[in-house]
Ligand binder design. Sequence first.
Ligand SMILES: *[C@@H]1O[C@H](CO)[C@@H](O)[C@H](O)[C@H]1NC(C)=O
Ligand SMILES: *[C@@H]1O[C@H](CO)[C@@H](O)[C@H](O)[C@H]1NC(C)=O
Ligand SMILES: *[C@@H]1O[C@H](CO)[C@@H](O)[C@H](O)[C@H]1NC(C)=O
Length: 504
Amino acid sequence: MFFHCCLATDLESSRLCNGQPAHLILLLLLVLQAMLPLCSGERTCPHSCRCEGKIVHCESAGFLDVPENISVGCQGLSLRYNDLHTLLPYQFAHLNQLLWLYMDHNQISSLGSRVFQGVRRLKELILSSNKISQLHNATFHGVPNLRSLDLSYNKLQVLQPGQFHGLKKLQNLHLRSNGLTNVPIRAFLECRSLEFLDLGYNRLRALTRTTFLGLQRLMELHLEHNQFSRINFFLFPRLANLRALYLQWNRIRAVNQGLPWTWHTLQKLDLSGNEIQTLDPAVFHCLPNLQTLNLESNKLSNVSQEAVSAWISLNSISLAGNVWDCGTGICPLVAWLRNFRGTKDTTMICSSPKHPLPPVPPPTTLPPEPEHMSFHKVVVGSVALFFTVSLVLTVIYVLWRRYPNAARLLQQRSVVGRKRRKKSSEPEQNLSSQLQEYYMSYNPAATPEGLEVLGNGTGSCTCTISGSRECRGGIHKIPSPYYVKNSSNKQREMTVHYYIKVIT
Ligand SMILES: *[C@@H]1O[C@H](CO)[C@@H](O)[C@H](O)[C@H]1NC(C)=O
Ligand SMILES: *[C@@H]1O[C@H](CO)[C@@H](O)[C@H](O)[C@H]1NC(C)=O
Ligand SMILES: *[C@@H]1O[C@H](CO)[C@@H](O)[C@H](O)[C@H]1NC(C)=O
């Protein structure tokens, strides 16, 4: 087969050999033989694979082993979605031009020390979604030019000391969703180009001050969904270029700042889904350029004045899902939010105080103004209608008495007129019934109470319940939050009315 291919490519030489001395033919054969490996390299494609130039796709083909006959000039090889179990030492050594190698979604369980020997040019290696539980400390020593290494969704519980040594050009390292319980000290010491590190969805409980030594270019660090119970920011001073730190869904109760230093680069901090009760102002004092802060789903009940004053660069904040105490302790936060112009998700639920309000007045004193107004309108309308109908009937009666024919005509017209009137009064009735429903479903005496907390400029705050009752001295009487919400969403976005609902 190869031979054919070579003869076909070298038509001129074959023509030349007709009628030439035997030694010439011999020479020609020798030349052809010399060309064979090159030829086979460029012209064959492994069975069940698809080859495009120097790229070989062998995806979803049920391979149990790396197929043979992959062209030696191959620069990209995809073996995704197969059944590869083991990779042999020097498995890819003949493919020394490889730049990328994808082997995700296979059954690989361990990688020996010499699997990647001989592919020094390799820049991208994807091994995610396998069953890798063991790596040798030298597994990646043969691929010092790696830019991206993906080991996520495997079964790694430990990393060897020196696991990533020599990977000086590595920019992205994915270790998400393994079973890692710790990271060896100085694990990334030589990864001086690393910009993205994902250690999320593991079982890490602790980090040391030397864990991240050497990561001077790191911009994004994922530590979410681990088991940290406290985080001390003095762990991170070596990460002098970090922009985003993800710590959501751990069990963090406390975030401290053990050592005063200023982390100028950090812009995004996600602490959602933890168990934080209090915010240490010192942490935020050291993050002067923090722009996005997520504190959702923690156990915060208040935020101190000192902490909110340290949020000087924030343009996005999320506070939903905490256990706010809507006593005076909430005032600094509310006042800060009132002046805040950025993006916010502040659906705040007060879990205490349980009964911060004066006794609930009897519901009869509660009918809200809009209902009153519409009731008046209905009464006036009905009276007017009654008089009009009476008048028309009187006129008809009189006309019927005098001109029976003309009266019949008029009678028909008045029926049409009444229909029209009926139509025009419909929207009004709808509105009034909507309002009634509306206030019924939010009757403060029967349902959890709607509260609105307003901070005024001087820092003290007032809250008002459901548009009519006030608590804590009640300086302002403000419209019902529901009313504000329903009547003009636009206005709600512009003004800072913080809606707080009490759960009992
Ligand atoms: C692959 O190489 C083997 C020898 O190693 C050969 O027998 C086989 O025909 C080749 N298959 C293809 C598709 O070239
Ligand atoms: C790698 O592991 C071997 C034992 O498997 C050990 O002898 C060697 O010192 C280790 N090398 C590094 C750099 O940790
Ligand atoms: C704020 O919350 C903490 C923790 O729940 C509590 O100890 C502290 O007394 C609260 N401060 C105020 C002013 O309510």
